[in-house]
Design a protein around this ligand. Structure first.
Ligand SMILES: [Zn+2]
Length: 97
């Protein structure tokens, strides 16, 4: 199988649908078209595999990560604790910095 140096117009169209395909958002007929192309096209197969991995990573990350305001509050709390810890260390023992 040969990999084209540049993706064809058909590939570019497919790229646009790839994320929807991976989300299961495409109509069954469209889905089959995309599937058939991916099976035949190494370029798009690589793209699909990469995108699938990225999507999976984002989803896993999304589930693990609390909302943004919780994150910023947590980050602020950690900064305060670290600052406090730093002060405690510098008063109770010799400073190493
Ligand atoms: Zn292609």
């Amino acid at each position: 199988m040969t990999v084209p140096a540049r993706p064809s117009a058909r590939c570019r169209t497919l790229f646009l649908e790839l994320s929807r395909y991976l989300d299961g958002d495409l109509a069954p007929a469209r889905r089959r078209t995309v599937e058939r192309h991916i099976e035949a096209c190494a370029c798009c197969a690589t793209m699909a595999a990469r995108l699938r991995k990225t999507v999976a990573a984002c989803r896993a990350e999304g589930k693990r990560r609390p909302p943004r305001d919780v994150m910023s509050r947590a980050a602020e709390r950690i900064r305060v604790l670290l600052a406090r810890e730093g002060r405690r260390r510098s008063t109770s023992g010799p400073a190493r910095r």
